[in-house]
Design a protein around this ligand. Structure first.
Ligand code: ARG
Length: 463
């Protein structure tokens, strides 16, 4: 008979069992479920709700059940619906009817909310560490290539030269926001719902704060209805994960472009690329493409969860069982991507010459010519018009700005002097942008220092 079979006169239709049970996927929660039950039973004992000997038997029994589940020796059944009832049945099989005391003052509704919070807490902490490893790899590339100049783009048109390190650091700060968002979310994840019961609380003299402390929570969910129906922390996890996915995906796109023959800015290490079954010459950036592609499922999981929650009345509804697969999937997807990314970035070769050639063979120093003329007394508008003319004539003559002679420059404006040649060199152009946050070497070195401090000051180890 089912644990809840008392008021039924017929067995459940098999298809119903199959359709409503969650054991296929929520067995992943076994260790959190047992951890929560251990804290719960310790509280039942402390509050004299069940006799100490019973609590001790239950504690030992739960530990055995978990080790059997983890060793694959426990038989998990669909008829028992979910991990919570499977654990309870296994416990009763292990220690006899006394196991039936475990569920005193508790419901699966507060239990599942607890399990998901414990899962989320660990997943968030794990992702923080992994995002940081990607940041470290990016900083490593920035430092190793601190003098490398590349074209900076807007509209994917060459705009102004930048340091390659500056470009790497842009992603470091992007990922820093992800780390901060994850850290911040822990404040909301780390509250204990246990003791909310099915929805209204419990008649037993329980001690919620004691359970919360046992499980290293920062406190309890204050309202029992909210405690069992809140999945905001799942939405936040999926949303933070989606943004990490967005950031990874943008970088993937750059890597795919940069590693093409057309750009030839970087070479991904052989160990992070794959070949073609037909074209022997191919070396494909599959990892970058797949990480970019998997961003779709991260968004899908987020939209799925939001849609599931939308319109649900308080308190628990079975719909909420749909929180799990998306959460697990986004967690695994991100974990896989971040683990690969750290190594792929760290092992990437930067093609300094190609980047320099791209910077030299374009007009990305045109702004600097305009600024030069302003410094010599023209208004910015006059100077913009003059430089536009220079660039147009150069394009028609297949020349770049640095190919012009002083005499040619002077035809456009007689304020131009010999120092123009120094002013238009990529190195000068880059280092002229020396204000905070700019691409000059000193500014980028400051950014690196700042980022390294931020990475160290994180408080993830607290959880
Ligand atoms: N398997 C359920 C879930 O994942 C656990 C809670 C079930 N509660 C209930 N009253 N049916 O949401």
């Amino acid at each position: 008979m089912k644990l809840w079979g008392g008021r039924f006169t017929k067995p459940t239709n098999e298809l119903v069992d199959e359709y409503t049970s969650s054991i296929r996927f929520d067995q992943k929660l076994a260790k959190y479920d047992v951890k929560g039950s251990l804290a719960h039973v310790a509280m039942l004992k402390k509050c004299d709700i069940i006799p100490a000997e019973d609590a001790e038997q239950i504690t030992e029994g739960l530990k055995k059940v978990l080790s059997k589940i983890e060793a694959g020796e426990a038989e998990l059944s669909e008829a028992d619906e979910d991990i919570h009832m499977n654990v309870e049945r296994l416990l009763i099989e292990e220690i006899g009817p006394v196991g039936g005391k475990l569920h005193t003052g508790r419901s699966r509704n507060d239990q599942v909310a607890l399990d998901m919070r414990l899962y989320a807490r660990e997943a968030v902490s794990e992702l923080i560490v992994l995002v940081k490893s990607v940041q470290q790899a990016l900083i490593g590339q920035a430092k190793a290539n601190i003098d490398v100049i590349m074209p900076g783009y807007t509209h994917l048109q060459r705009a102004q030269p930048v340091l390659f390190a500056h470009h790497m650091m842009a992603y470091v700060f992007m990922f820093q926001r992800d780390v901060e968002r994850l850290e911040d979310s822990l404040k909301r994840v780390n509250k204990s719902p246990l003791g909310a019961g099915a929805l209204a609380g419990t008649t037993f003299p329980i001690d919620r704060a004691f359970v919360a402390e046992q499980l290293d929570f920062d406190g309890i969910c204050e309202n029992s209805l909210d405690a069992v129906s809140d999945r905001d922390f799942v939405v936040e996890f999926l949303s933070n994960g989606s943004l990490i996915g967005t950031h990874l995906s943008r970088l993937c796109e750059e890597l795919v472009q940069w590693s093409s023959a057309e750009f030839n800015f970087v070479e991904l290490d052989d160990s992070y690329t794959t070949g073609s079954s037909m074209m022997p010459q191919k070396k494909n950036p599959d990892v970058a493409e797949l990480v970019r592609g998997k961003t779709g499922r991260l968004y899908g999981n987020l939209i799925g969860m939001l849609t599931t929650l939308k319109g649900l009345p308080l308190a628990y509804n079975k719909d909420m069982q749909e929180d799990k697969e998306g959460m697990f999937d986004s967690h695994e997807t991100l974990k896989g991507a971040l683990q690969l990314f750290a190594g792929m970035i760290a092992s990437m070769e930067v093609n300094k010459e190609s980047m320099y050639k791209a910077v030299s063979n374009d007009y990305s120093n045109a702004t600097d010519l305009a600024d030069y003329l302003v410094n010599k007394g023209l208004t910015f508008r006059e100077s913009h018009a003059v430089v536009g003319q220079v660039v147009l004539n150069c394009i028609q003559a297949s020349k770049y700005l640095l190919d012009l002679s002083l005499a040619e420059f002077k035809q456009y404006s007689d304020v131009v002097e010999e120092d123009i040649f120094e002013a238009l060199k990529p190195e000068t152009v880059v280092n002229a942008r020396a204000a905070a946050g700019g691409t000059a070497k000193n500014s980028v070195l400051d950014q690196i220092e700042k980022a390294e401090q931020l990475l160290e000051s994180s408080d993830v180890n607290k959880v």
